[in-house]
Design a binder for this molecule. Structure first.
Ligand code: ARG
Length: 273
């Protein structure tokens, strides 16, 4: 197990215009208004947590009319200095894609354009030398072949089967190069078998953890930032030697997002995988 923290560079988007006025996943209920100020305060705490851990946080300007733009993980996939732009499934989020794309270009990344529905790190998670790729709800299966071609990492397709865990990052979290934590029930039988084969030492999360989006966590290899409500998962991770840091993102969870959704990892190259 790698227990060294790796200094990370993240992209985040302040939830200035956060709202739940449409429903594109089962967590979203547009009939009860959200407290945008609370969402901003919770998000600020998350950002502060990363800075206190010594990570770097870049910011993209939020745009009015795009309430889900706070979920920066869906803005792209960035590996070895190449940023793959995204294509959203839902029209409500379509206009986020060019905004993130422009940010990558201005920041000096090589940009690749998607040919299929591709919701970025929401569904594409690098685990060591494998690019784990979710499909079933958002990112199209056809996108997996394209990301393999763009990044040159073997892509492992994983089928998601529970609509509450619609993005891979709601069902699985990468803890370090060798280890992941996941909710077995969120995957098809074949995908579960693949995960067992690739990660025999994986942490299996409970449904109670997953239902508070506990798997929507961010690890630097040593510290794991996860929803404060995911108490069982936090205890298991501590037993495994990780340091856990609970953050309360309850207001953003009302849109179906947690810490990882708010955080896009910017990877320059192999030196800072
Ligand atoms: N409301 C957003 C959606 O349904 C939440 C996105 C969460 N992001 C994530 N990486 N899981 O698209």
């Amino acid at each position: 197990m790698t227990m060294d923290a790796i200094r990370q560079r993240y992209l985040m988007c302040r939830p200035t215009y956060f709202a739940v006025d449409y429903a594109i996943n089962p967590w979203m209920d547009p009939t009860t208004p959200v407290d945008t100020d609370l969402a901003v305060r919770q998000w600020e705490r998350l950002r502060r947590t990363y800075l206190d851990l010594g990570h770097e946080v870049e910011l993209i300007e939020p745009l009015p009319g795009l309430p889900d733009m706070v979920f920066a993980a869906n803005g792209g996939t960035v590996i070895d200095g190449t940023a793959m732009a995204v294509q959203f499934r839902d029209p409500q989020r379509t206009d986020e894609a060019p905004a993130y794309r422009a940010w990558f270009e201005a920041a000096g990344f090589t940009v690749a354009d998607p040919k299929h529905v591709n919701e970025g790190e929401g569904d594409l998670l690098l685990a060591g030398d494998h690019l784990l790729a979710g499909t079933g709800f958002r990112t199209a299966h056809a996108a997996h072949a394209q990301v393999q071609e763009v990044f040159g990492y073997p892509v492992v397709t994983l089928h998601l089967v529970d609509p509450r865990f619609y993005h891979l990052d709601t069902a699985l979290t990468v803890l370090d190069e060798q280890t992941v934590a996941y909710l077995p029930e969120a995957f098809s039988p074949g995908s579960r078998a693949v995960l067992r084969r690739l990660f025999p030492d994986a942490v299996h999360a409970t449904m109670a953890d997953a239902e508070v989006l506990g798997l929507n966590a961010v690890s630097d290899g040593r510290h794991v930032v996860l929803p404060a409500q995911a108490v069982d998962l936090a205890a298991t991770l501590r037993d495994r030697g990780y340091r856990t840091i609970g953050v309360d993102l309850s207001e953003l969870r009302r849109a179906g997002g947690g810490p990882k959704c708010c955080t896009l990892r910017l990877r320059q190259g192999r030196a800072d995988t």
